[in-house]
Design a protein around this ligand. Structure first.
Ligand SMILES: [Zn+2]
Length: 239
């Protein structure tokens, strides 16, 4: 393989690396947002559980007020009952008082239920707080790692860009132009020959093309089918 083609191939390797690094760098805000969204769902779970517990406490207070109301009513009724003039009136008050007492029993039963529920909800809140705390630590670590990765990517990209610029000064301008034109149109510009086929479009290359490729000392040869620059990989080499 002549120098120009080997330089173009090295430039392509760098361009592919630059592209991969740029994708990773550009994807960072999205990745961080996804990581932070994990935290948001934990915060929401905690807020939801706290809201249910808050409602439970409100219900509990409301029930206690109702019990107090019934007790006051009973005390008023008892006063009135003491002044009753007939047995009928007396029994009517008695009946009303019993009605209030039944209501108190029902409210107190509900209060017990609320208290049991509150105990479970408090446990839920505690575990939601614990898992939010654990997740916060993990998220902070993941964000830190993602940012460090991007920092490393940026540095590497700088280095690769600098090396690419060095090689760009060494390669012949004609070959570089051809390479750039194909790369911009196709994403990649150079493909190896595999057996007797183009490595990109897999069309079988004409014997003359293969012969020319074997004797190539300058410039480049492109696949007649897909237009990519073709080269014969050197045996036992990665290039
Ligand atoms: Zn091809």
């Amino acid at each position: 393989m002549h120098t120009d083609l080997s330089l173009a191939l090295q430039i392509q390797g760098m361009d592919l690396r630059i592209r991969a690094l740029t994708r990773e760098i550009d994807g960072l805000p999205k990745r961080i947002a996804a990581v932070e969204a994990r935290l948001a769902s934990h915060k929401q779970a905690l807020a939801d559980t706290k809201a249910v517990l808050e409602q439970n406490k409100k219900d509990h207070r409301q029930l206690e007020r109702q019990v107090d109301d019934e007790k006051q009513k009973i005390s008023r009724l008892q006063d009135q009952m003491n002044g009753a003039r007939t047995n009928e009136q007396f029994r009517a008050f008695q009946h009303e008082i019993q009605f209030c007492k039944d209501a108190i029993d029902a409210h107190e039963e509900s209060i017990l239920g609320k208290m049991e529920e509150a105990e479970e909800l408090q446990a839920d809140v505690s575990s939601a707080e614990a898992s939010l705390k654990a997740e916060s630590t993990k998220v902070a670590e993941d964000v830190r790692r993602a940012k460090a990765r991007i920092e490393a990517d940026r540095k590497e990209r700088e280095q690769v860009l600098a090396s690419r610029s060095d090689l760009g000064a060494k390669i012949s301008p004609g070959t570089l132009r051809t390479y750039e034109r194909i790369r911009q149109a196709r994403g990649v510009a150079i493909t190896p020959v595999e057996e007797e086929n183009c490595g990109a479009c897999h069309v079988r290359l004409r014997p003359k093309v293969l012969q020319d490729l074997g004797q190539l000392t300058q410039g480049v040869i492109t696949c007649e089918s897909c237009g990519l620059i073709i080269y014969r990989p050197v045996e036992g080499s990665d290039a």
